[in-house]
Write a protein that binds this ligand. Structure first.
Ligand SMILES: Cc1cc2nc3c(=O)[nH]c(=O)nc-3n(C[C@H](O)[C@H](O)[C@H](O)COP(=O)(O)OP(=O)(O)OC[C@H]3O[C@@H](n4cnc5c(N)ncnc54)[C@H](O)[C@@H]3O)c2cc1C
Length: 290
C-alpha cells in the first residue's frame, strides 16, 4: 500500500505525531509491534503531564492514547517494522505481517531498548521468563521481586510492585540515582534498598531466582532488570550517520524524522518532550508536502 506518512512506534511520540497528522488531514499509518502506550505503560503514576492534577497511571494513560487514536481514526498496524529502505520518492517499510508500506515521509518513534546487565545467567533467566526488563511483564503470581538498578525506573517499578502488594527489594551498586520524592515514597512503602551490591551472576533457584553478588546471595520469585536504556535505532543502520534538527525533528535524510527517546539523551526522556518532537515533525511534514 502507499500512504503519505508512516509512523513507526505507538508510544507517546508516535501517537502524538499520528493524531496531529490526522488532524491536519494528512494520510498516515501507525505501526506498533507491541502495545499502544510504549514504555509509559510501566509508569506507576505520571505526575508531570498538564491537565492531570492528581497524576495518571501508565495503564490508564495508554488506554486514553488508544481512545485518541480511535477518535481520529488513525489506521494502526500491530506488526513489527523489520526493515526500511529509501526509495526514489520516499521510503518502503517492511512489516513482519508481510505487508510493505510505501510512503513519502517516515517518522521513527521507536523509543529505547533495555541495557543488558551483562552478567552470567541473564539471558537464560530472560528466556525462562524468570526475569524481565519491564514491570508490565511481571507475572501476577510473583510475591517477592529483586529489582536490579538504582535509577528512576528501578524505583518506579518497585513502587508499582508494592502497590500490587508485592515485596520489592532494590539491589543497587551505588546510592540511588533518582529524585528524592521517589526514594521517600519507596521507603514509606516498605521497599528495601540494598546499596553497594555488584551483581555477578544470576541463576534459577529451587523455587525462583538467585542473584549472586558482592554482598552475598539474594533469593526471590523473579527479577526485574532496570540497568538503563539505549536508543532503539537499529532500523537506521544503513542511514547512519544521522543528525536531527531539534526545531523540526527532521534528519539529514530527506523525508525522515526522529521523535522521542529514540534520539533523546536520558535526561530528556519525558512524555512531553516526545510529544513535542512529534508535533514539530507533523508541522514540518505539513509544510514540506506543500
Ligand atoms: C517506569 C517508568 C516510569 C516513567 N514515568 C514517567 C513520567 O512519570 N513522566 C514522564 O514524562 N515520563 C515517564 N517515563 C518515560 C516515558 O515512558 C518515555 O519518555 C516515553 O514513553 C518515551 O516515548 P517514545 O514514544 O519516545 O518511546 P516509547 O514509549 O519507548 O515507545 C516506542 C514504541 O515503539 C515501538 N517499537 C519499537 N520498535 C518497533 C518496530 N521495529 N516496529 C514497530 N514498533 C516498534 C515499541 O513497542 C514502543 O511501543 C517513565 C518511564 C518508565 C520506564
Amino acid at each position: 500500500m502507499k500512504v503519505e506518512v508512516v509512523v513507526i512506534g505507538a508510544g507517546p511520540a508516535g501517537v502524538a505525531c499520528a493524531v496531529q497528522l490526522a488532524r491536519l488531514s494528512i494520510p498516515v499509518v501507525l505501526v506498533e509491534r507491541s502495545k499502544v502506550g510504549g514504555l509509559a505503560r510501566n509508569a506507576s503514576r505520571i505526575e508531570n503531564l498538564l491537565s492531570f492534577p492528581n497524576g495518571i497511571s501508565g495503564s490508564r494513560f495508554a488506554t486514553l492514547l488508544k481512545k485518541q487514536l480511535a477518535r481520529w481514526q488513525v489506521p494502526t498496524r500491530i506488526s513489527e517494522a523489520l526493515n526500511i529502505e529509501k526509495t526514489r520518492d520516499g521510503f518502503s517499510t517492511y512489516l513482519s505481517n508481510g505487508e510493505t508500506i510505501r510512503s513519502k515521509f517516515l517518522v521513527l518513534a521507536t523509543g529505547t531498548v533495555p541495557r543488558k546487565l551483562g552478567v552470567k545467567g541473564e539471558e537464560s533467566l530472560i528466556s525462562q521468563k524468570k526475569a524481565f526488563y519491564e514491570v508490565v511483564h511481571t507475572p501476577k503470581k510473583w510475591r517477592k521481586v529483586l529489582v536490579i538498578g538504582g535509577g528512576d525506573a528501578a524505583f518506579d517499578y518497585s513502587i508499582t510492585l508494592a502497590l500490587r502488594s508485592k515485596k520489592a527489594i532494590i539491589l543497587t551498586r551505588k546510592s540511588p540515582r533518582t529524585f528524592p520524592l521517589l526514594v521517600e515514597r519507596a521507603l514509606a512503602m516498605g521497599i528495601e534498598i540494598v546499596e553497594g551490591v555488584e551483581v555477578k551472576k544470576l541463576a534459577v533457584s529451587e523455587d525462583g531466582v538467585l542473584a549472586l553478588s558482592s554482598k552475598g546471595e539474594f533469593f526471590a520469585d523473579g527479577l526485574l532488570i532496570a540497568a538503563g536504556r539505549i536508543p532503539n535505532d537499529g532500523l537506521l543502520e544503513s542511514f547512519k550517520p544521522i543528525s536531527v534538527n531539534f526545531e523540526t525533528s527532521e534528519t539529514n535524510i530527506e523525508g525522515l524524522y526522529l521523535c522521542g527517546t529514540v534520539h533523546r539523551p536520558s535526561d530528556q526522556r519525558y512524555i512531553a518532550v516526545a510529544a513535542s518532537d512529534a508535533l514539530l515533525a507533523a508541522s514540518c511534514i505539513a509544510k514540506r508536502r506543500g
